[in-house]
Design a protein around this ligand. Structure first.
Ligand code: ZN
Length: 380
């Protein structure tokens, strides 16, 4: 066995990745150095965790939440030590792939409890109104919607590293609410289930090389109840921040763990005035009907062309070339948004009027700024 290499299956695409152990190790240590997510322990915490589990199971037995069979199932007599094994994300970077922080919980001391939680929550979570189970389920969902003639917008969003960022208190609160609202859930008592959930979340430990760690937020990706927990947390988040405030315009909303898909009534297209400030302090005001990120890309490419040709007719690119400003110094900021006019009206014209307003207010016409002399055509 060659200890200098590590062989892992890739995070996506089904490939096999052979990596230098030193690089793999560096990536893991780098992730573990995030003190908001991981705490380094003084030693193996298995005995303490075992005590906590004994206590909570004893309570369950005494209060009749558990029968003898379940009590036995929830004991892991010869637990394996959980360890971190991040599958390399070679789709992100082929040379130095980041790793998805998965902790193998199979056979771990908390695994039976996590499996029980998964079982207890499953039916309730799967009956949530936005829950998407799989692809056929999603296709069924979008086939049920009747699109009106009015403009509609398709909205998608996802959450960065959801599994490791859910704060325990917020997660437990969301799961409690789901059981409280559920018509299907019966027993054991919600308080007892929450006690078990808290135990599984807060005692989530693992080792890497000779050191022991505890995960401080979120759930380990390898835990059996991780998808159910993430789904439940996200439902709480969506209800509060999306479903309730935008209930009048959402036509459909479906969620698959950290991916949200919606069709909403109305036009969500962009119409913004933005401000660009160059390193020597001059300002340019522009308008865009593209997302700002794309508008930046357009500015960048015109500057690149200006450098290549050593000339440009565009005011920003021309100035960057003349002053030798570099590309990374280019920054844009949205300063005004023109909503879709409710009773009709020329949005493009309104956008130009707002742009002109800002050019005047911030006095950005050359030589005070980078805008060329404006015309009054927008007001005509
Ligand atoms: Zn400048």
């Amino acid at each position: 066995m060659d200890k200098n290499i590590v062989i892992r299956s890739a995070d996506k695409g089904g490939g096999i990745v052979i990596q230098d152990y030193s690089k793999y190790r560096l990536e893991i240590l780098n992730q573990l150095s995030d003190s908001n997510t991981y705490l380094k322990l003084n030693g193996d915490p298995t005995i303490q965790v075992k005590c906590l589990i004994e206590n909570v199971l004893q309570t369950g037995l005494e209060q009749d939440f558990l029968d003898q069979d379940l009590w036995e199932f929830l004991h892991q007599s010869n637990p394996r030590t959980p360890m971190i094994y991040p599958p390399p994300k070679v789709h992100k970077n082929l040379q130095d792939p980041p790793g998805r922080p998965i902790i193998s919980a199979v056979g771990g001391i908390l695994e039976p409890l996590a499996r029980w939680l998964d079982f207890l929550f499953k039916e309730t979570i799967e009956s949530l109104p936005t829950y998407i189970k799989d692809t056929p389920n999603f296709i069924h969902l979008i086939s049920t919607v009747n699109l009106p003639i009015e403009p509609v917008s398709l909205v998608t969003c996802d959450i960065n590293s959801l599994y490791t960022i859910i704060a325990h208190a917020g997660g437990v609160q969301a799961m409690r609410q789901i059981l409280l609202d559920s018509k299907k859930y019966e027993d054991p008592s919600i308080d007892y289930v929450m006690e078990i959930l808290e135990l599984v979340l807060t005692q989530n430990y693992f080792h890497f090389e000779l050191d022991w760690y505890r995960q401080l937020a979120g759930t380990s990706m390898g835990a059996s109840m991780a998808p159910i927990y993430a789904n439940g947390y996200m439902f709480g988040f969506e209800s509060q921040h999306i479903l309730e405030p935008f209930k009048d315009i959402i036509m459909i909303c479906g969620c698959y763990i950290d991916d949200i898909f919606m069709i909403v009534e109305g036009d969500t297209s962009v119409a913004e005035v933005y401000k660009l400030r160059c390193p020597c302090g001059l300002t340019y005001i522009g308008n865009t009907d593209l997302p700002l990120r794309e508008r930046i890309r357009n500015h960048r490419s015109s500057i690149r062309v200006a450098y290549r040709d050593q000339k440009s007719d565009l005011p920003v690119a021309k100035h960057f070339l003349e002053q030798g400003h570099t590309l990374p110094t280019l920054k844009l900021m949205a300063i005004d948004h023109i909503p879709v006019p409710r009773k009709g009206g020329d949005r493009k014209k309104m956008l130009l009027q707002r742009e002109l307003y800002w050019i005047r207010t911030l006095r950005t016409v050359y030589p005070n700024g980078l805008n060329e002399k404006y015309t009054l055509s927008a007001f005509l």
